[in-house]
Design a protein around this ligand. Sequence first.
Ligand SMILES: Nc1nc2c(c(=O)[nH]1)N[C@H]1C(S)=C(S)[C@@H](COP(=O)(O)O)O[C@H]1N2
Ligand SMILES: [Mo]
Length: 311
Amino acid sequence: MLIGRPVDVKSSEITPESLYVNRREWLASAAAGAVALSVFGPAARAQDPQPVGRPFGLQPDDKPTPWQDVTTYNNFYEFGTDKSDPAQNSKNFKPLPWTITVDGMASKPGKFQLEDFIKPSTVEDRIYRHRCVEAWSMVIPWRGIPLADVIKRAEPLASAKYVAFTTLMDPSRMPGQQLGVLDWPYTEGLRLDEALHPLAFLATGLYGRTLPNQNGAPVRLVVPWKYGFKGIKSIVRMTFTDKQPKTAWNTQTPNEYGFYSNVNPAVDHPRWSQAKERRIGEFLRRPTLPFNGYADQVASLYAGMDLKKNY
Ligand SMILES: Nc1nc2c(c(=O)[nH]1)N[C@H]1C(S)=C(S)[C@@H](COP(=O)(O)O)O[C@H]1N2
Ligand SMILES: [Mo]
C-alpha cells in the first residue's frame, strides 16, 4: 500500500479502453453497460478491480457494489450536488501533500502529514455495508485504519467526550464551496466511545487502491452503523472536546438530521420512510436493518437512550 504517493493506479486505468481491451470484449461490455444503465445504472466493467477485504457484518445476500457504481454515484457536495458531479468535478483535485491537525482536549495534539498520520502497519481492507439517509445502500470494500488507532495516539484527556471532524475548506479546489448549499466547511462529530468502537474506520483506499477523489481523498471517516453523511470526507482536522460538536447536516436542517444518525428503520425521515432501502444495482428494495446490520456490535453504546428522540 503506497500511502503518500499521488498515484498507484495500474496502467490499465490511464490507458484508453480501446488500447488494452480487445475490440470484441469492449463492444460486448459497452453493449451490456448500455442495457444495464437504462434500468439499474452502470454495470461492472471487465477492467474494474476485484473487491478485497475481510467482510464485516455482511448479510448472506450482500455482495460488493461494483467499483463503477461506488466511484460514480457519490455524495460530496464540495464537488456538486448531483450524484454524478463528484466524479466529474474532482478530477483535477490534488489531495497530496495533506496535513491533518489534531487539537483540543488531548495530551498529544499536533500537525501531521498524511503518511505519518496513517501508520502503514495498521492498514487493512474491510468490506462494510453503507446506508445513505436517502434510502439507498451499497457494500463497499474500504482500505484504512481503525479510527481508535489515531485517537489513542493523541491521548485524549479524561474530560474529552466527543471528537469533531472538519473537511478541507478551499473553494478554489472544491468549487461546490462557492455555493451556499451548506455552511462550509463540512463538519461531523462522534461521541468518544463511538469513535473508539473497533468498527469506526478511517479510509484511505477503496477496492485495494488509493481512495479516489470523489470518495473523499485522501482520508475520510466510515461509521457503518450510521447514515452515510456521518462519513465525512477529505478530513483536515480532528478536535477533542467536551461539547457535542456542530454537524453540517444538523446545522442545515435540524428537524431532519440529528447528531446520532444511527440507521433506524423505525424512525422515518420527516419526508420519507427509512423502513426500506434500494441497494444500488438492484431493482427490488430490501428492508433496512437496525444499526445497518451492526446492532450486535454497537447497540450497547446506546443502552438507556431513547433512539426515537436521539435520532
Ligand atoms: N465533506 C463531505 N463529506 C461527505 C459528504 C459531503 O457532501 N461532503 N456526503 C456524505 C454522504 S451524504 C454520504 S452518503 C457519503 C458518501 O460517500 P461515497 O460517495 O464514498 O459513497 O459521504 C458523506 N461525506
Ligand atoms: Mo448520504
